[in-house]
Design a protein around this ligand. Structure first.
Ligand code: GLY
Length: 572
């Protein structure tokens, strides 16, 4: 694979006290962005160069892929505050060197004081401002519980994994042009949704190369280092969260925090033409949507239709439409509602589902009702990790929108999520991703909101072959779907599979979302079949690892970070 390296020239403002670097390999004051890397000992791809380098550094120090995933997530919580987090939640899918498949759910939960109609006014009208911004938008965070839950598969002490994040928060790091733009763009929201001004607001504009120091976040991370999970869910940090809630009329309580638990669940696993695809079960719709979409195309010879031809794109749009209609009707937290996963993923059902597919003609979404069965700002972030032992970890984690609720816990220095908006606040009312839902995803105390996050692993000959995932709200499953189809069916390199233009259909609204560089002639051909389009600057930021084996030994690991952001691939 050709090495792609974008050098980022930063005007580095380094002060005397900040010149310490994390290690010879990780200098937070001067770094560049690489989009591809190769190695045979381990690899990390994530949304930020410093976080990917921290992950690889942990591998070099004897950690495994679980350790690296933990350290990378914690580093992202510092260097990528728009989505990296300790105040949000996520999902982990992993495959161990011993052949065990793991999925860990650390999705946020609705606080105990939540209720079905909490975002409706007295006339029953939705108040999306409340579900999307500020204190009441936050679910009970799950990330720290998830990290500790995954740590039992790691090798290094947690204190070692969190230390790079503490140093980055305490001593600072220089921000990229994209981060400067992003922080400047959110300034008015930070002022509006906080009771005291967070470090993300400064009087002058942020400029590339400025140093961002987060002392309060460093203190919170130290409490987690010293007291473990309790350093977040109890004691000083919990007290600061609840005080913040009181100031801003939020409803997370001390009991909500104390009672939060991450859950290991059986992963979704299905065969696709000799490969085994492993994904996240409910409360993420991601794994099941992938299964539905992949299985609906499996016997249709999509490789013969060709990459980005009107015929192959139309087929993929129509399977996306049908799967998302089912998402809206049936999918939600299985701890609270019965999701008919078995039926929705059965060959018979999916065959039936495609009976009204007409090549060359759009099927309007108003005739695609959810399947007939017998009584299921896009800021999230993904990291893909592989080690020399054969462990692979795929993690997607989120605050939901960019900077989540925009509310920082005063004194604790971290942003809270706005994940409550991923519930269906009222049947048929679209959330911030335009997705609709019904009773299955209605709000209830202690329930987890439905997600689209799709951390995915593909096995070939029972060994890890691909590690894939992306942010992007409801576009996540369709981006992962297209990435897998590009590699497995169209024989594309991971680099092309990630960077080629993406498209997305989610049943409602009935439109195809395309990236600006989506081929014009394919769009024209699809328009004449009856499709309408909406253009978007970018869809997702996909990170892929591909592992080549020679007998039982890893021969080469190729890692690709999406061209669409500051995403960085690191390997050794
Ligand atoms: N907050 C985006 C998702 O979970 O799908």
């Amino acid at each position: 694979m050709k090495k792609q390296c974008l050098l980022l020239f930063l005007t580095v403002a380094v002060y005397e006290s900040q010149t310490e670097v994390l290690s010879a390999q990780v200098n937070p004051y001067q770094y560049s962005i690489s989009k591809t890397a190769q190695g045979s000992n381990g690899a990390v791809a994530s949304a930020h160069p410093i976080a990917s380098m921290v992950g690889v550094e942990i591998l070099k120090q004897g950690g495994n892929a679980f350790d690296a995933a933990i350290a990378t997530q914690l580093a992202l919580a510092v260097v990528y505050p728009g989505a990296g987090n300790i105040g949000g939640g996520g999902f982990l899918v992993a495959h161990t060197q011993k052949g065990k498949t793991i999925s860990i759910d650390y999705r946020e939960k609705a606080p105990a004081a939540s209720s079905r109609n909490m975002y409706l006014d007295e006339k029953g009208n939705p108040q999306m401002e409340l579900s999307q911004n500020g204190h009441l938008a936050s679910g009970v965070p799950g990330t720290i519980a998830g990290l500790f839950s995954s740590h039992k598969y790691g090798k290094l002490p947690f204190a070692k994994l969190i230390q790079p994040a503490i140093d980055l928060a305490e001593k600072g790091f220089v921000i990229t042009p994209a981060e400067a733009r992003s922080l400047n763009g959110s300034k008015s929201a930070f002022i509006k949704y906080n009771t005291s001004l967070p470090v993300f607001v400064k009087s002058a504009e942020w400029r590339p190369g400025d140093t961002l120091i987060q002392k309060e976040l460093a203190a919170t991370l130290k409490r987690i280092r010293d007291f473990g999970q309790k350093g977040f869910y109890e004691g000083e940090t919990a007290k600061l969260i609840v005080e913040e809630m009181k100031r801003g009329k939020g409803n997370i309580s001390l009991d909500d925090l104390k009672n939060y638990q991450a859950v290991e669940r059986p992963a979704i696993a299905f065969d696709y033409k000799g490969y085994k695809v492993i994904g996240m079960p409910m409360p993420s719709s991601g794994g099941l949507l992938m299964q539905q979409m992949m299985k609906m195309i499996e016997d249709r010879n999509i490789d013969k239709l060709g990459f980005h031809t009107p015929a192959s794109v139309q087929l993929m749009i129509e399977v996306e439409r049908r799967a998302y209609a089912d998402r809206a009707e049936f999918m939600g937290d299985q701890d609270f509602v019965k999701v008919p996963v078995k039926t929705l993923s059965s060959q018979k059902y999916l065959h039936e589902r495609m009976k009204d597919f007409i090549p060359g003609k759009a099927t309007p979404s108003d005739v695609i009702t959810p399947g007939n069965i017998n009584p299921e700002s896009e800021e999230t972030t993904h990291l893909s990790v592989a080690d020399a032992f054969g462990n692979v970890v795929s993690v997607t984690t989120t605050l939901n929108g960019g900077y989540g609720s925009k509310t920082v816990v005063a004194g604790a220095g971290f942003l809270l999520n706005n994940e409550m908006d991923d519930f269906s606040v009222k049947p048929g009312v679209p959330n911030m991703f335009g997705a609709v839902g019904k009773e299955a995803n209605a709000i209830a105390p202690g329930k987890r909101m439905l997600s689209s996050m799709t951390p995915t692993i593909v096995l070939k000959d029972k060994k890890p072959y691909l590690v894939v995932g992306t942010p992007g709200g409801t576009t996540i499953p369709t981006s992962v779907f297209q990435t897998l189809v590009n590699i497995l069916e169209f024989n594309q390199s991971p680099l092309d599979a990630v960077n080629n233009p993406k498209f997305h259909h989610q049943w409602l609204p009935d439109q195809v979302v395309i990236e600006n560089d989506f081929p014009q002639q394919v769009q024209s051909a699809l328009s004449s079949m009856g499709y309408t389009f909406q253009k978007r600057g970018q869809i997702g930021r996909t990170e892929v690892i591909k592992i080549n084996w020679e007998k039982n030994k890893i021969k080469q690991i190729d890692v690709v970070a999406d061209k669409r952001g500051d995403d960085h691939a690191s390997a050794y």
